[in-house]
Design a protein around this ligand. Structure first.
Ligand code: AMP
Ligand code: GLY
Length: 421
């Protein structure tokens, strides 16, 4: 088989690695890929949102399966374009990808499916939005309805902060059209966990549980980021929670989407808040989490490709994924200054030594090759990922590898996994 992965970050590096390990696969392509991914997959100079370019390349090159990493191409209709061209795509149609593309769409499905979630209302005018904030009081959460590059959510501790977020989105249009409409919802308190399933629209295969760390600083302090690390399993997702999430969240959601005529195929990733009132759903994403994907791919023992294909063929009832009975933990190394301003191009050494440790993979999220050397080329740059018999052992191994990376221009958190360790 020839498989095309879309994207070029750490998640896609991990996906390319897992797919390249498949006995069914002859060649992996990645559009646009990266210098690090090019060691595993042939780069294709097409952007992830260039749907025509992707479909054209897939047809010309005889691609058998396309695996989009990020949400943007799915929301833009890449799965629909590929389907029309007769090419399998592991991921939802544009209509079903609205589950992530529009918070209000998702909340409406959740309410009709009876999935426990924060109380909410949608607004496209600032006056009624402000009145709702005054009525509910703080803390309260203001979310841009559309995709806002991960920056559309304000968890406001005061009503003033929430009102500012409303004005910035609706009056000042800082998110453009994505923030012209807002979802304002009740604040939920608790610990978060990531719950991924693969589905063909009807049959569901749950993936291992995981948890990421969104704050830049140790002890989950400091500004929000795209994710500073992750681990799997998430012990907070007990068997009872797992069962409840499958029965009360996943199956009703998929049934409702199918009944609406927008069945969901691909990976559905629920962000859970484990509140004192039981689990509630914060949001659904229509793709693998990043960096959760990196730990999931390290723990996956089965060949991933038959499962991806089965999802596209409505045959997931025949698939049983096996996982190594080990934990995985990924430490993100980022450029100094991230998530604020930072400079690109600082040199990184020691990557070979780090990657040569047993049970360690260094996935690249934003690097560039410069002759024999590597340089930083983004905010989040590396995902140093390790397996271990326990989360503590995986953590120890991951930091051993981190300490072999010689990169004065970068930093990482030193406590990834602390809640579980
Ligand atoms: P999102 O961009 O939708 O992933 O949201 C980013 C983060 O905001 C989530 O991971 C949570 O930490 C937080 N968040 C979102 N909704 C709520 C909520 N209703 N209550 C508390 N925190 C929330
Ligand atoms: N790990 C958070 C995300 O992928 O959205």
């Amino acid at each position: 088989m020839k498989v095309l992965v879309l994207g070029g970050g750490g998640r896609e590096h991990a996906l390319c690695w897992a797919i390249a390990n498949s006995s069914l696969v002859e060649q992996v392509f990645c559009a646009p890929g990266s210098d690090a991914i090019a060691q595993l997959a042939t780069p294709v100079a097409v952007g992830v949102e260039d749907i025509q370019g992707i479909v054209g390349f897939a047809v010309e090159s005889g691609i058998d399966l396309v695996v989009p990493g990020p949400e943007a191409p799915l929301v833009a209709g890449v799965a629909d374009g590929l389907k029309d061209a007769g090419i399998a795509c592991f991921g939802p149609s544009a209509a079903a990808a609205q589950m992530e593309g529009s918070k209000a769409f998702a909340k409406d499905v959740l309410d009709r499916a009876g999935v426990p979630t924060a109380r909410w209302q949608r607004f496209d005018q600032s006056a009624p939005a402000k009145a709702y904030i005054e009525k509910l009081g703080a803390p309260i959460v203001v979310k841009a309805d559309g995709l806002a590059a991960g920056k559309g959510v304000t968890v406001a501790m005061t009503t003033a902060e929430a009102i500012e977020a409303v004005e910035a989105a609706i009056d000042e249009k800082i998110f453009g059209e994505a923030g012209a409409s807002l979802v304002i919802e009740e604040f939920l308190d608790g610990e978060e966990a990531s719950f991924h399933v693969m589905t063909d629209g009807e049959n569901v295969v749950p993936l291992a549980t995981s948890q990421d760390h969104k704050r830049a600083g140790d002890g989950d302090s400091g500004p929000n980021t795209g994710g500073m690390g992750a681990y799997s399993p998430a012990p907070i997702v007990t068997d009872a929670v797992h069962q409840e999430v499958m029965e009360r969240f996943v199956h009703p959601t998929l049934k409702t989407m199918a009944a609406d005529g927008t069945p969901f195929q691909g990976v559905l990733y629920g962000g859970l808040m484990l509140t004192s009132d039981g689990p509630k759903l914060l949001e659904y994403n229509v793709r693998f989490g990043d960096p959760e994907c990196q730990v999931l791919m390290m723990r996956l023992k089965s060949d991933i490709v038959p499962a991806l294909l089965a999802a596209t063929e409505g045959e997931l009832n025949h698939v049983d994924l096996r996982w190594w009975d080990k934990a995985a933990l990924s430490v993100v190394m980022a450029t100094n200054g991230y998530p604020g301003d930072y400079e690109k191009g600082s040199p990184i050494k020691g990557l070979e030594a780090a990657g040569a440790l047993d049970d360690v993979m260094v996935f690249h999220a934003g690097s560039k090759r410069d002759g024999d050397h590597w340089r930083a080329n983004g905010g989040r740059v590396l995902g140093v990922t390790a397996l271990g018999d326990t989360i503590a052992a995986a953590q120890e191994r991951a930091y051993q590898a981190v300490d072999l990376v010689d990169w004065p221009g970068g930093f990482c958190r030193r406590d990834i996994g602390w809640r579980a360790v």
